[in-house]
Design a protein around this ligand. Structure first.
Ligand SMILES: [Zn+2]
Length: 444
């Protein structure tokens, strides 16, 4: 399946996209899926259609693809090079970013792998046990029958919701809402940032590298406002469909772009569409990035607001809100908290969040506590970045020789007192990974 160049939507739409190909094969697979994985319950009629309290947000019934655009919001805060970030021990903000065409891969394409940077980052995998799992056809269950049949062994999240103990999939405390926004920064992210500030809410932002180089000041504002910054790849492809080198390139270039803007490198990542298996996991962990997904209930309920479907014209804002109401029901049935998937790259998804979903969450009874994912999992803020973490188990293994910018020199000195830290990493990792594999069955 050929994905559009600018794949800006997440989650479960992969199967939908495959189905739209209309081939008999795909239809058959979807039917088979339906027998093994019952669809989530139908959205109920919203009992109380809310009115937006924030100014400039259209009524819910008007939020749909093709609605008129509001003026792009102005940047409300500026930060100078050398400014002190809110993370203890973090370096001051770097010099202002100047885009140079020859310094970055083409936007929204899988970066070339035969480059000095990617080859340098490939060294981070040396000594690690990267499972020899074949890439999937397109990251969807429906697109790859063989891979789908092995989904459990592969630990494939997209196809059956299989997780490993290294994945972060929920907030531990009941009624705690892990706030996350993906795919930005976008032209309306500023509106969201202003709203979050007014409500004193922190979020985790999963950034696409191709967007980071477009809007560096927004990335800086997110970071300086105390939000958490995480990697969401360079071109937003399903990672299970890529080669090891391509996965490294996707993660490496995004990490490098983020570091160029804010001076630190995230220790976490979220795979586009949630498309992760044991190979993608192992590569991410070897590069010092812990996977953060979003919550699924045992019955198949997913904490996906479906805001991306509104932007894609598949549902209306009202229908998306109905899905969202199910999240409330799912949340009440859980013993723990949960992580919710939302997007800030489109005006529509920002309007949904600012006007309706976050407001509804804040006004919910019983009360939800809204926090960024690192906060809700009690992860110290310093652990969220390679340059500031002092934790030897997050990300695990302790990355002491990571060359983020590909210049041949390690970017962080924390714990890097030995000449062969990579070997130490690998031995720690081998033990932990071996235990993991023993717990979850044999590898493919
Ligand atoms: Zn995404």
């Amino acid at each position: 399946m050929k994905l559009p160049l600018l794949a800006l939507v997440c989650a479960t739409h992969l199967a939908t996209t495959s189905a739209s190909l209309g081939s008999k094969k795909h239809v058959q697979v979807l039917k088979r899926q339906a027998t093994t994985a019952p669809p989530p319950p139908k959205p109920s009629t919203p009992t109380n259609v809310p009115t937006a309290t924030a100014s400039g947000i259209p009524p819910l019934s008007k939020i749909t693809m093709g609605m008129p655009s509001a003026p792009t919001p102005l940047v409300t805060a500026t930060f100078s090079a050398g400014a002190e970030p809110p993370i203890k021990g973090a370096p001051p903000l770097p010099s202002p970013f100047v885009f140079m065409l020859n310094e970055w891969p083409a936007q929204d394409r899988v970066p070339e792998t035969n480059t000095p940077e990617v080859q340098e980052w490939m060294k981070e995998l040396e000594g690690f046990n990267i499972p020899n799992i074949s890439p999937t056809t397109d990251g969807s269950c429906a697109g790859d029958i063989e891979a789908a049949a092995q989904a459990a062994q592969r630990g494939w999240w997209t196809c059956g919701g299989y997780t490993r103990s290294t994945d972060i999939v929920a907030c531990p405390d009941k009624l705690t809402w892990g706030v996350s926004f993906d795919d930005g920064p976008g032209p309306y992210t500023q509106t969201l940032l202003d709203y979050l500030k007014s409500k004193n809410i922190s979020s985790t932002f999963f950034l696409v590298g191709s967007r980071v180089i477009e809007r560096p000041t927004v990335v800086i504002e997110e970071y300086m406002a105390g939000h958490e910054i995480s990697v969401h790849t360079w071109s937003h492809r399903p990672l299970t469909s890529l080669s090891n080198e391509q996965i490294v390139a996707e993660l490496g270039w995004t990490r490098k772009a983020i570091r160029r803007m804010i001076g630190v490198s995230p220790t976490t990542m979220r795979p586009p569409f949630g498309d992760i298996d044991d190979r993608v996991r192992a590569i991410s962990l070897a590069m010092g990035m812990v996977p953060l997904l979003w919550t699924r209930t045992p019955s198949g309920g997913v904490f996906d607001t479906n805001d991306w479907k509104v932007a894609a014209g598949e549902v209306t804002g009202l229908q998306s809100f109905q899905t969202f109401e199910n999240i409330f029901n799912n949340a009440s049935a859980l013993d723990n908290g949960f992580i919710v998937l939302q997007h800030d790259v489109h005006e529509i998804t920002v309007d949904m969040a600012v006007g309706y979903t976050l407001d509804a969450a804040l006004n919910h009874n019983p009360k939800f506590t809204l926090k960024a994912i690192g906060q809700c999992t009690n992860t110290p803020a310093t652990d969220m970045y390679l340059e500031t973490t002092t934790n030897t188990t997050f990300p695990y293994p302790n990355n002491t020789k990571v060359d983020v910018d590909g210049d041949g020199k390690a970017e962080t000195a924390i714990g890097a007192t030995t000449s062969d830290a990579a070997l130490i990493q690998s031995s720690i990792f081998t033990v932990l990974f071996g235990a993991l594999m023993a717990a979850f069955g044999s590898m493919i």
